[in-house]
Design a protein around this ligand. Sequence first.
Ligand SMILES: Nc1ncnc2c1ncn2[C@@H]1O[C@H](COP(=O)(O)OP(=O)(O)OP(=O)(O)O)[C@@H](O)[C@H]1O
Ligand SMILES: [Mg+2]
Length: 243
Amino acid sequence: MLLINRINSFYDDVQVLRDLSLDVHEGEVLCLLGRNGAGKTTTLKSIMGIVPPRSGEIMLDDTALHLLPPHEIAGQRVGYVPQGRRLFPQLTVAENLKIGDYARHTADSQRERVLSLFPVLKARLKQKAGTLSGGEQQMLATGRALSVDPVLLLMDEPTEGLQPSMIQLIRDVIIGLKKEGVTTIVVEQRVDAVLQIADRVAFVENGTVPMVVNASELADSDALINRYVGVSHQPLAHGDPPS
Ligand SMILES: Nc1ncnc2c1ncn2[C@@H]1O[C@H](COP(=O)(O)OP(=O)(O)OP(=O)(O)O)[C@@H](O)[C@H]1O
Ligand SMILES: [Mg+2]
């Protein structure tokens, strides 16, 4: 569904992604795991065309995303929830949702669908985004990404800084979208959260993906997590803490 073939991405003259390849299957939830600075966010930004790769290819089915400008990539029904939400704090909830809509002029029905997923937003349409709570801001960032009626959804640490009930809500949204056939790539630091929703896990290290495994394989072993994420990260909920 999404095929990333040996992309190389840079910030000015500093190379961050190195021949990164990834094959994302239709309808799956794929999790990107890796240490800070490994290149997870840059991978999502490269897919979105915000940091366009200098070489390599990104194919969404038959569409060459790497040849399109960012707004046309969103127009291919790719939704993006950036790390740290990236809302427009001075704009209202309604205006932020509308901005998510710009590429496709989605029908009112899609907006209603988004608001029914996050009823809290419905009551706050006129409130400035900057005055929302952290959890409400994450709902808005997610709702904005859903405005494009995505076939592919990219989420960068959506549960960062959220309390358990909000984490559960975000998870439920991902699971609900999966049932509708949406493909999701989610960056997560919390290994226990990942294993509950991911079909597969791609490890990111030094700007490349050395290994992709089924999530069920990870449940039995801390070794891979220790290797690619590090012992400082949360151990598996049901496993022994890393020694
Ligand atoms: N705008 C930028 N300009 C220059 N370098 C950048 C920029 N954004 C990221 N980098 C560098 O690119 C590398 C990869 O960063 P990236 O944000 O993709 O990592 P990450 O895996 O998402 O990390 P984290 O888990 O901390 O979010 C890092 O060395 C980072 O310092
Ligand atoms: Mg990041």
